[in-house]
Design a protein around this ligand. Structure first.
Ligand code: GLY
Length: 344
């Protein structure tokens, strides 16, 4: 196999000094190393408890960090109740679910991704095959579905009835000047256009690092829109000498800041994962002209090679602080990150 292309870029520090809101655990000035191996996901208790034990068991079964994070990320991908990842994800403007996912392996610096892929539930597993079974890094659209089919993935309808109803309500309420009419009592509980995603990052007992990001992307997106999740350096970045970072939230902002790459480079230059996550969030806010101009959310999570964790977002969640969960030999732990303003 030919050598994968590498790139390195030094970045300047963020210039704004917004005060971060803090809950309990994570502070930027000190950092605790948790024992290796460690697997982290960008969600709190509920999803942490669902997927991290599965990933942990797999790591002990095969000893391979890629296997572990893959089966962990497959949990929300296969779960119809998660409306932002895989099966059951909210669709694009035409009511079609399209998935974006990426994977990166620290020891080899290899990566793979799929974008705008239809009909295949386990997008991160297809991304892994792009990494391991092709000399490419990214396959999109019909080509990604063809590639998945060639590797034995079944083609399935990813649109659940719940997601279809949410899409229909959105469509029916888009405009007073079209012919789509909402029912008199239609209420599907949709408050905002969700763009949930999940990052699963891990370090094995040898200190080798890997990461995955997987999503169905922005609800109601234009057909063909690709977010940050499958773009290496944006929604995910891993460097085996440093650690890993992943992003969720408004992908357009993460793409134009190279958010995950930036977090890893900040860590390389001496920041803790928490400081790095906060600096990327500040960078995003800064390029938008300050917090008062920002009406979207982005969340950055990071894990260092030595087992330190970080999490920061622009907004808190409806429930409070942004959270991450991770598993070590001591079990699943949930910690709060920092955030700049309350959920709105
Ligand atoms: N971060 C996911 C997306 O924007 O599609």
């Amino acid at each position: 196999m030919t050598q994968r292309r590498k790139f390195l870029k030094q970045v300047a520090g963020a210039s704004v000094t917004l005060p971060f809101l803090r809950a309990t655990k994570l502070t930027s000035s000190k950092s605790k190393s948790y024992p290796l191996p460690i697997i982290l996901c960008s969600r709190g208790e509920n999803w942490g408890n669902k997927l991290l034990p599965v990933a942990w068991d797999k790591m002990h079964e095969t000893g391979n960090i890629l296997d572990a994070i893959e089966v962990g990320a497959n949990v929300p991908e296969l779960d119809p109740d998660d409306a932002s990842v895989g099966y059951g994800g909210l669709p694009n403007e035409h009511g079609i679910v399209t998935l974006d996912a990426s994977i990166m392996h620290g020891p080899t610096h290899n990566c793979g991704s799929v974008a705008s892929m239809e009909k295949i539930k386990k997008a991160c597993s297809v991304a892994r095959l792009v990494m391991e079974r092709t000399d490419h890094m990214m396959i999109v659209g019909e080509g990604a579905t063809d590639f998945a089919r060639a590797h034995g993935f079944p083609e399935e309808n990813l649109l659940t009835d719940r997601s279809r109803r949410v899409w229909l309500k959105w469509k029916e309420n888009m405009s007073d000047h079209d012919d789509w009419l909402p029912p008199a009592d239609g209420d599907y509980g949709l408050e905002k256009r969700p763009r949930g995603t999940i990052n699963v990052l891990g370090v094995d007992s040898k200190g080798d690092v890997a990461g995955i990001t997987t999503t169905s992307g922005l609800f109601g997106k234009l057909s063909g829109r690709v977010g940050d999740s499958p773009i290496i350096g944006a929604g995910l970045y891993v460097d085996n000498a440093v650690g890993a970072a992943g992003a969720t939230g408004r992908g357009e902002e993460v793409i134009r800041t190279c958010g995950s790459f930036l977090a890893v480079e900040y860590m390389r230059n001496g920041m803790t994962p928490q400081e790095a996550c906060e600096a990327v969030v500040k960078r995003i806010v800064d390029i938008n002209g300050g917090i008062d101009n920002v009406d979207f959310n982005d969340k950055i999570v990071a894990l260092s090679k030595s087992g330190e964790v970080g999490c920061a977002s622009i907004m808190g969640s409806k429930e409070g602080p942004p959270q991450i969960a991770f598993v070590t030999k001591d079990g699943v732990e949930v910690v709060n990150g920092t955030w700049l303003k309350e959920w709105s």
